[in-house]
Design a protein around this ligand. Structure first.
Ligand code: NAD
Length: 321
């Protein structure tokens, strides 16, 4: 079994690779190849603990020749490489289109040419837009609002098209907000935790009433392994965590964890086009593949805060001073 993980030096990808190399997904055991460009968001430090168990290819998913070489002989692709930060897509969207859309098309074509047995395209709940009440099923229309979400929705449609047109055995996953160790300190939880560790205030967007569902990265990666092993060709699977919080509530929990008071919150103007609420209905993956999140949020958050407290060596070089 040869498993190609794109974006395997980033937050979620490196968690998946560390788990894979340590034998936590027995159905996928074999040769692990990571293809990653090592942008600002990717670092080999994330793979240091399992470096001997990984073949690392430093390359760009937009580069067809590099991708064809990395893809040769691959059985399973888990595609996580992406530009992933909404705020960056608002400031400048070009890399989001070239990496997330064109890069995915290059990978799908190479997977088709190489005859891979499974292509897991890792997407996001943000493709559905914003929902005031209830939860989206996988059949809900795609109504992305940020350039990031639009680029992910575009890549989802390309993945669908490669299945429908060419019969490529693609599965698409759409998960909620991940948290855990090794997340780049621009995303809300590591940004707030590291600011508080440094005695700096945390910037809370707008009225803080935006709602997100939180999913521990370990649960997400287990879901990806299940989909890689048992997913139906052409299917879409939502993956949720079951912990919905407003950003205000999340901020309160992080202040408590750091022993800080409300004076450490800096209210800043809302993000442009800020989606109010995300909520996926993940009953399909639960019923068909036996997925259930297993990390209680309070425990996962406490572990994550502790990891950042202990790993200044990891995040300090990544934060603007
Ligand atoms: P990340 O930003 O931490 O990591 C992305 C990785 O992709 C990095 O290692 C980077 O070097 C690599 N990369 C970027 N452009 C590349 C290119 N052109 N060629 C090769 N490699 C490239 O992202 P993440 O948070 O780990 O997210 C992984 C995937 O999961 C993304 O597709 C993202 O859309 C999706 N997702 C993330 C979340 C979340 O909460 N983090 C939620 C839903 C979906």
């Amino acid at each position: 079994m040869r498993v190609l993980v794109t974006g395997g030096a980033g937050f979620i990808g490196s968690h998946f690779v560390r788990s894979l190399v340590r034998g936590r997904y027995p159905a996928l055991t074999g040769h692990v190849v990571v293809l990653d460009l090592l942008t600002y968001a990717g670092t080999l430090t994330n793979l240091a603990e399992v470096r001997d168990g990984v073949e690392f290819v430093h390359g760009d998913i937009r580069d067809a020749a590099t991708v064809a070489t990395a893809m040769a002989g691959t059985d399973v692709v888990v595609h996580l490489a992406a530009e992933s930060h909404v705020d960056r897509s608002i400031a400048a969207a070009a890399d989001f289109v070239t990496t997330n859309v064109v890069g995915t098309q290059v990978l799908l074509q190479a997977a088709l040419d190489a005859g891979v047995g499974r292509f897991v395209h890792v997407s996001t709940d943000e493709v559905y837009g914003s929902i005031d009440e209830g939860s989206w099923p996988e059949t809900h229309p795609l109504e992305p609002n940020s350039p990031y979400a639009a680029s992910k929705a575009s890549s989802d449609l390309l993945a669908r098209a490669f299945h429908r047109t060419h019969g490529l055995p693609v599965c698409v996953t759409r998960c909620s907000n991940n948290y855990g160790p090794h997340q780049f300190p621009e995303k809300v939880i590591p940004l707030f935790v590291t600011n508080l560790l440094d005695g700096r205030r945390v910037p809370l967007y707008g009225d803080g009433g935006n709602v997100r569902d939180w999913l521990h990265v370990d649960d997400h990666c287990r879901a990806l392994a299940l989909v890689a092993e048992k997913g139906c060709d052409g299917a879409v699977y939502n993956v949720g965590g079951g912990t919905e919080l407003t950003n205000r509530e999340l901020t309160g929990l992080l202040l408590d964890a750091a022993g800080a008071g409300p004076e450490m919150v800096e209210h800043v103007p809302d993000r442009l086009g800020h989606d109010r609420r995300y909520s996926v209905d993940w009953s399909k993956i639960a019923a068909e593949l036996g997925y259930a999140p297993s990390v209680p949020f309070a425990q996962g958050l406490a572990d994550t805060v502790r990891w950042y407290a202990e790993r200044r060596d990891w995040w300090e070089p990544l934060k603007p001073r």
